[in-house]
Each structure stands twice: as structure tokens, then as C-alpha cells.
Write a protein that binds this ligand. Structure first.
Ligand code: 3NM
Length: 216
């Protein structure tokens, strides 16, 4: 995959937005320049069944109108039904090899927490790695141990060149450190979904990432 897509990755579902209405938040974030979007419909108030499919369709079509790829978290069947641009799976979401087969030609992201998991994900065909948690966050309930951006340095030192995005507790003050450690970008939930103005929050985050990548 084009690693530029990972510069500013918004991950979001209904429960991450104060209003419970993620569409206006997504629209605002798209205006601010997010480069990739992940539909992660989990937690309190999460939609299911037809409601979830309808919301996913609406969010995918918003993303498409901005040329931003639409990735589905965990739910392989939903990603296939929607003909999404890809799927993101964790270590407990089934076999990476099987998912790779079912998503030939599409983006496959895998969450990893250490060098061994990164090696395995690369070997089994992941297109990019989500490495976290970079910092403590209340947004995810089953959070792994926080190892900080150093784990990205370790993964790079081990010779893994796959595109990497850091996730977990990242805000505009921390985004640069994550990229300096070897990530190609940052994935955020609350820094954009809870911001008063998601457009401005996205612009500021993108600026911090591109500053380190020497794009601005
Ligand atoms: N995955 P926020 S941390 C979805 O460590 C997710 O793999 C993580 O939310 C991991 O940007 C996380 O609000 C939550 O901290 C990120």
C-alpha cells in the first residue's frame, strides 16, 4: 500500500462521538484532510445488524467522495459485503493468512504490540501495522501494556519496513514523536472525534506529521 495513506488515520464509531452521530464528525474530519478512515463500531450505543450496515454504507460513501479509503475494523463479513477498501484485524480476530486470502488486492492492517507480532504479520501478508498503545488512553477498554513509541523503534531496528501507524493516546503534541520513532503516520480516535472542530484538529495533526516527514 501507499504509506502516505497512513499519515492521518481516523478510527471511529458512534460511541466515540459526543452526539452519537458520527456522520457530521466524519465529514468535518474529511474536510481537515484525514488520509484514511476506519469504521470501528464498538462499545456503548454501538449499532448492530441493519443499522450498522446502513451507517457503514453512509460513511463509506462520504469517504469515497473525498477519495479517502474506507477500512472496516474486525468485521470481515461486513467489509466483504460492503466491498470496503480493506479490513483491520487484531491479534485475536482470526487468522491473518485466512483474512489475507479473502482480501486479495485490498488493504489488510494488523494490530501488533511487539517485534515478534510485527514479524508474523509481515510474513502472513499484512499491508500495514497498527502499533499501540503509544500512550495510555481511556478510549479502548482492553488496552495492552503501554510501551510507548520505542516499540516502533524496535520494530524498525529489526528490519521491518512495512508501513506503520502508531495508535493510542496520540494528540497533536505527541504526533511528531510517534513519527520520529519510525511511524509513517498516526491513528487517532478522540483527538479528532472529541474535538470541538474536527476539521481544525485534523489539520493540526496532519501539520505535525508532515513537519516530521519533511513534507511542509
Ligand atoms: N487501538 P485514542 S489504542 C483503537 O493499542 C485503539 O492497539 C489501540 O483511541 C491499540 O486515539 C486504541 O482516543 C484507541 O487514544 C485509540
Amino acid at each position: 500500500m501507499n504509506k502516505e495513506l497512513l499519515k492521518l488515520y481516523l478510527v471511529m464509531g458512534s460511541s466515540n462521538c459526543g452526539s452519537g452521530e458520527p456522520l457530521p464528525v466524519l465529514e468535518s474530519a474529511l474536510k481537515g484532510g484525514i488520509t484514511l478512515f476506519q469504521f470501528r463500531e464498538k462499545g456503548n450505543g454501538a449499532r448492530s445488524g441493519q443499522g450498522k450496515i446502513k451507517l457503514a454504507h453512509e460513511m463509506m460513501s462520504r469517504c469515497r467522495s473525498y477519495g479517502v479509503p474506507f477500512i472496516v475494523n474486525d468485521d470481515v463479513e461486513l467489509a466483504l459485503t460492503l466491498e470496503a477498501d480493506g479490513v483491520h484485524i487484531g491479534q485475536d480476530d482470526g487468522s491473518i493468512i485466512e483474512t489475507r486470502k479473502r482480501f486479495a488486492g485490498k488493504v489488510l492492517g494488523v494490530s501488533v504490540h511487539n517485534v515478534q507480532e510485527a514479524h508474523d504479520a509481515m510474513k502472513f501478508g499484512a499491508d500495514y501495522l497498527g502499533v499501540g498503545p503509544m500512550y495510555f488512553t481511556n478510549t479502548k477498554s482492553d488496552l495492552h501494556e503501554v510501551k510507548g513509541p520505542d516499540v516502533i523503534k524496535d520494530i524498525r531496528a529489526a528490519g521491518i519496513t512495512l508501513p506503520i501507524v502508531g495508535i493510542g493516546g496520540i494528540d497533536k503534541e505527541r504526533a511528531g514523536i510517534v513519527v520520529e520513532s519510525g511511524a509513517d503516520g498516526v491513528a487517532v480516535i478522540s483527538a479528532i472525534s472529541q474535538a470541538q472542530c474536527p476539521t481544525a484538529a485534523a489539520r493540526e495533526l496532519l501539520y505535525e506529521v508532515e513537519k516530521i516527514l519533511h513534507i511542509t
